[in-house]
Design a protein around this ligand. Structure first.
Ligand code: NDP
Ligand code: GDR
Length: 369
């Protein structure tokens, strides 16, 4: 039975990847941070209690900023594969916490590579590094592929640039099987609530149910190449099954402005949204409502709030995943439309459940005084 360690197992990708590896018969070891609240909501579905004999999924407390702890876990597990997904992954927040981001996202990767080297596992353990399309930053050329120059535009991206190159360096210096997946944005119903797609689908669901009035967003002009996380974790696994360690772009090749994502999400509840005005004065309003929800025509549902602008922005991402298609046989299976449908439906269900609980007199979200 193969053993894999997943750092960041409690995150969006960690959850989908753990499920995939369990299905493939792996023993999965997840590293999770201690938190004052449970942070295992995304993996509870397939989590196994420590009292279950012959478990296939085991959680370890750990943190990418603590090398002794990483060395101990890697020594204990002797993994065949490590997927380094843990990171302070929010681009905007990285401007507020640049030093921590460099530590966790940049040096954290070094700590994993160095642990594997010090433990003499260089010829046993394969390492996947979660690199990102944010490396391309200020547009140099499109579509972006493995050979497009990098120009990072945030503390997050700069930290990930270090992680990218230290992975390449350890591969070349110590003959390690260490690979970068340069993944373009990927989303799902499990996406963190403050990333733009999930922020939009949650707001659409809440506006439909009368639980929210307005959705405040930042730059509506930015364009992203959005895929589905389920497809992308399959790509991560394939990257580590190659004969030779190499770096790969995973992307859909389709780019969409934030504004269009908003319109697609509202269309899911039968509401057609139009935009008027420019810059900070731009707003989205209801042109037509053919759905069953009470969202009156003319109502302003989207406003721009400059607090969500970033000091430096990545304007356009569109990926070229030809290499992954040719060498890994990887192509995305979800269209953006299918993903938006799934995300809005999931958030509608979430908030309908919350509404029902409230109507029945139950507290939700720890509403204690
Ligand atoms: P999430 O933010 O959903 O998950 C991040 C995970 O990292 C969480 O489990 C989090 O724990 C954990 N984590 C954060 N800091 C530390 C730390 N110091 N020590 C240990 N664990 C830590 O990210 P995604 O699942 O979306 O992304 C996975 C990886 O892929 C990240 O590295 C991200 O930067 C990268 N990436 C993501 C893309 C995307 O579009 N989703 C695209 C390209 C790259 P907790 O739950 O406790 O917060
Ligand atoms: P990104 O994702 O920065 O691409 O990083 P995010 O969803 O945060 O932003 C995408 C674009 O939307 C614009 N935007 C807003 N973003 C947020 N979060 N909130 C808003 O209100 C808002 N309004 C407009 C942003 O300016 C940006 O242009 C994600 C993360 O998962 C990274 O970890 C990963 O490396 C990259 O994707 C690929």
């Amino acid at each position: 039975m193969k053993k894999a360690i997943i750092t960041g197992i409690t995150g969006q990708d960690g959850a989908y990847l753990a499920e995939l590896l369990l299905k493939k018969g792996y023993e999965v070891h997840g590293i999770k941070r201690r938190s004052s609240l449970f942070n295992t909501g995304r993996i509870d579905r397939f989590y196994e209690d420590p009292h279950v004999p012959h478990r296939h999924m085991i959680l370890h407390y750990g943190d990418l900023t603590d090398s002794t702890n990483l060395i101990r876990i890697i020594q204990e597990v002797q993994p065949d594969e490590i997927y380094n997904l843990a990171a302070m992954s929010h681009v905007h927040v990285s401007f507020e916490t640049p030093e921590y981001t460099a530590n966790a996202d940049g040096l954290g990767t070094l700590r994993i590579l160095e642990a594997v080297r010090l433990l003499g596992l260089t010829q046993k353990t394969r390492i996947y590094q979660a690199s990102t399309s944010e490396l391309y930053g200020l547009v140099q050329a499109v579509p972006q592929s493995e050979t497009t120059p990098f120009y990072p535009r945030s503390p997050y991206a700069v930290a990930k640039l270090y992680a990218y190159w230290i992975t390449v360096n350890y591969r070349e210096a110590y003959n390690m099987f260490a690979c970068n997946g340069i993944l373009f944005n990927h989303e799902s119903p499990l996406r963190g609530e403050t990333f733009v797609t999930r922020k939009i689908t949650r707001a659409v669901a809440k506006i439909a149910l009368g639980l929210q009035d307005t959705l405040y967003l930042g730059n509506l002009d930015a364009r992203r190449d959005w895929g589905h996380a389920k497809d992308y974790v399959e790509g991560m696994w394939r990257i580590l099954q190659q004969e030779k360690p190499e770096d790969f772009v995973l992307a859909t090749g389709v780019t969409t402005p934030i504004r269009d994502f908003v319109q697609m999400a509202f269309a899911e509840i039968g509401v057609r949204v139009g935009f008027r005005g420019t810059g900070e004065a731009e707003e989205g309003y209801v042109i037509e409502n053919n759905g069953g929800y009470h969202v009156p025509e003319g109502k302003v549902v989207v406003k721009v709030d400059a607090r969500y602008y970033r000091p430096t922005e990545v304007d356009l991402l569109i990926g070229d995943a030809t290499k992954a298609k040719e060498k890994l046989g990887w192509t995305p299976t979800y269209t953006l439309g299918e993903m938006v449908t799934e995300m809005v439906a999931a958030d509608l269900e979430l908030f309908k459940r919350e509404q029902l609980l409230k109507e029945q007199g139950f507290r939700v979200n720890n509403e204690y005084e």
